[in-house]
Design a protein around this ligand. Structure first.
Ligand SMILES: Nc1nc2c(ncn2[C@@H]2O[C@H](COP(=O)(O)OP(=O)(O)OP(=O)(O)O)[C@@H](O)[C@H]2O)c(=O)[nH]1
Length: 394
């Protein structure tokens, strides 16, 4: 018996991951082992972690995962949508199944990238801007242009307000109506529950699924509020900021401008051309004062109109030029590697914090300590030390 089959006995999860497709079982298993070993310190840790993570898959679970995986890599939109629903779930067992599916898709993606000469399967672009900046109009026009050129485009939306309120900052209005009817475009709105951390995690995972389903351009759109833009900037290859020529709240774009690889002044048509030019000049000067994020790319400011389509092909040309530049300099790959680490740590932070906040002894001690801190009776540092001690000792 070859050594990998022995490993298969020791690693139930991997056996089940392999079993949910009958095609090329041993080869897949070998690949999964290889990729798992590549990301974890050693075989012992891999087997322990994986075995502990997912118990045996039942027959129906195997069939579900098999159906989703085959449908997904076959490019079926329904399977992609169902797979994203699976990664968004709060149900503990389904969460585990989602991880099995993701590992499979990751292994598939790695193989495809290898046969693609190491070139990433998709270009990930983050789009942000204050409400009303013209994001959905822009995505609609750019999206239709791209699908017309033979690309497959997915649009994922991150709207943190929908998590806390169940409603959305973007409202219930139908956005990107034409693009949503385009068979080469896949539009997925933000989940309406969970924390920002949870939503950004599932968005990261949805990106992987979209790439597995053959979408070569993934746009991640976020509304211009709070931390969501920074989270999105940390999960894409390129971050594009959309600014309207009038009525744009300077404060809203103040911090995030530093992360922009491209700034697009929108609505540059009719009477708005003059203010759009002024804003373009202002942001061009402002960007010169900022520290460069990339060794090989200087952020640019361009103007475009979704009404007339003027400037739209040029915006995409800039985006392609950015992608080619950072791909050939190796920055794209380095950026993705760094993002993986950032994400791992942000997930750990969120999880540890939630364990801390849910801990019974911490919950019991918290109100009194908070009260003493706000009264000035003890310092915040001492209160934090006491709570941490409670957490670690009880
Ligand atoms: N003149 C002009 N108006 C535009 C253009 N693009 C969008 N608008 C208008 O600007 C308003 C906001 O556009 P949206 O595309 O909905 O903007 P958004 O950023 O997606 O807005 P939210 O959904 O609120 O985040 C709408 O009234 C559009 O008709 C454009 O290129 N030129």
């Amino acid at each position: 018996m070859p050594p990998m089959c022995n490993n298969m006995r020791r690693l139930p999860l991997l056996r089940h991951v392999s079993m949910f497709t009958t095609r090329n079982l041993c080869c897949l298993h070998h690949r999964l082992l290889a990729c798992s070993f590549a990301i974890l310190p050693g075989p012992r840790c891999v087997s322990t972690a994986v075995i502990q993570h997912v118990q045996d898959l039942s027959g129906p679970e195997q069939r579900l995962l098999s159906r989703l995986y085959e449908g997904l890599i076959g490019g079926q939109r329904a399977s992609l949508a169902e797979s994203i629903t699976l990664v968004e779930t709060q149900h503990p067992r389904k969460k585990e199944l989602a991880q099995v599916l993701l590992q499979r898709v990751l292994a598939y993606r790695r193989e495809k990238e290898k046969s693609n000469g190491g070139r990433p399967l998709a270009f990930r672009v983050g789009l942000s801007g204050p409400p009303g900046a013209g994001k959905s109009s822009f995505i609609e026009v750019v999206g239709k242009m791209l699908t017309g050129r033979g690309h497959k485009l997915s649009v994922l939306t991150v709207d943190p307000s929908s998590c806390t309120t169940g409603g959305s900052l973007m409202g219930d209005k139908t956005r990107m109506t034409e693009l949503s009817r385009d068979m080469n475009a896949f539009i997925r709105p933000s989940p309406t529950s969970g924390t920002l951390g949870g939503v950004t995690r599932t968005t990261n995972e949805a990106i992987v699924l979209c790439e597995g389903a053959g979408y070569d351009i993934v746009l991640v759109e976020t509304v211009g509020v709070g931390q969501s833009e920074f989270a999105v900037a940390d999960m894409v290859d390129m971050f594009v900021l959309l600014i309207p020529p009038a009525g744009g709240d300077e404060l809203q774009v103040k911090g995030i401008i530093e992360r922009a690889d491209l700034v697009v002044v929108t609505k540059s048509d009719g009477d708005l051309v003059v203010p759009a030019r002024r804003i373009q000049a202002e942001y061009t000067s402002a960007l010169k004062l900022l520290r460069r994020q990339s060794k090989s790319w200087n952020p640019r400011v361009v103007r475009a109109s979704s009404y007339t389509s003027e400037g739209i092909p040029e915006v995409w040309a800039k985006m392609e030029s950015y992608r080619d530049t950072i791909l050939s300099s190796g920055e794209l790959q380095a950026r993705r590697r760094a993002q993986q680490k950032v994400w791992m740590w942000s997930l750990i932070q969120e999880s540890v914090l939630s364990h801390f906040q849910m801990h019974p002894a911490v919950r019991e001690a918290l109100p009194a300590l908070e009260e003493r801190v706000t009264r000035g009776a003890i310092s915040p540092g001492l209160a934090a030390d006491l709570l941490l001690k409670t957490f670690t000792t009880s």
